[in-house]
Write a new protein. Structure first.
Length: 244
């Protein structure tokens, strides 16, 4: 039986810009009520990526994980000020102070300083070419794509198409600029693994690392589970290609 909800998975690029559903997901009838089908907006392809979540075993309430700290965007001067202020306001410790109470008080100072100076929402594997200009263009493109689905008019579809082309151009220019900057600092002592990792990142591929089997106890996000599972089954094929 189909898992699709009827939501469009491919917006048209040519007039009259029709939205269609060429991507169909099928599953066994025994999985009825266990499959969640969600189109995403993470790529610039004509076809929207689809996240398929299958509930197995006993149902458990999943807590939404907090986004990680974005240390590259941190205001370290503000962090230092908050740390000094918090430490100065701590009650003086004595020989009778319990280690647990002292640790909790200091942890609170660090946490409050981090909340005030370090934003959340960093990428697990940051891309060197991902500039604020590219991020703003991608967000604008995604907004226009969502708007074109809710209001499928010619004007909205043309605006999304132009924004998508702008994103492609900006990413290509940003990758070229990032490579020029990286290559200008290369020398005979540069780590070869770092060079190849940068090349793969600029080419849109992740670094080649061995993946462990999927473990639902350690991988909590559905997207991470899907990515790890895909990489796990892709590696034997990659090894075969390298052996010939």
């Amino acid at each position: 039986m189909p898992a699709n909800t009827g939501e469009a998975t491919r917006p048209g690029r040519a007039p009259p810009y029709p939205c269609s559903v060429p991507d169909v997901t099928l599953h066994h009838v025994r999985w009825a009520g266990r499959v969640q089908w969600t189109p995403l907006d993470a790529l610039s392809s004509d076809h929207r990526p689809i996240l398929i979540e299958v509930q197995v075993g006993r149902w458990r309430h999943k807590r939404k994980p907090k986004p990680p700290y974005s240390y590259r965007k941190a205001n370290w001067n503000l962090f230092t000020e908050k740390m000094v202020e918090g430490i100065n306001n701590l009650t003086a410790w004595t020989d009778g102070t319990k280690i647990g109470d002292a640790t909790a008080a200091f942890t609170k100072v660090v946490t409050e300083a981090a909340i005030a100076s370090i934003p959340r929402g960093s990428r697990i594997a940051p891309k060197p070419w991902w500039t604020p200009e590219v991020e703003a263009a991608v967000r604008r493109r995604n907004r226009l794509r969502a708007r074109s689905r809710s209001d499928p008019t010619k004007a909205q579809a043309e605006a999304w198409t132009r924004a998508d082309q702008e994103v492609r151009t900006l990413i290509l220019d940003a990758r070229r600029a990032s490579w020029r900057e990286f290559a200008s600092g290369l020398n005979m002592r540069t780590d070869a693994m770092k060079v190849w990792a940068t090349i793969r990142t600029l080419a849109g591929r992740e670094a080649h690392t061995r993946q462990t089997p999927v473990d639902v106890r350690t991988v909590t996000r559905a997207v991470a589970k899907a990515a790890r599972s895909a990489r796990q089954y892709q590696w034997p094929l990659d090894d075969w290609y390298r052996s010939i």
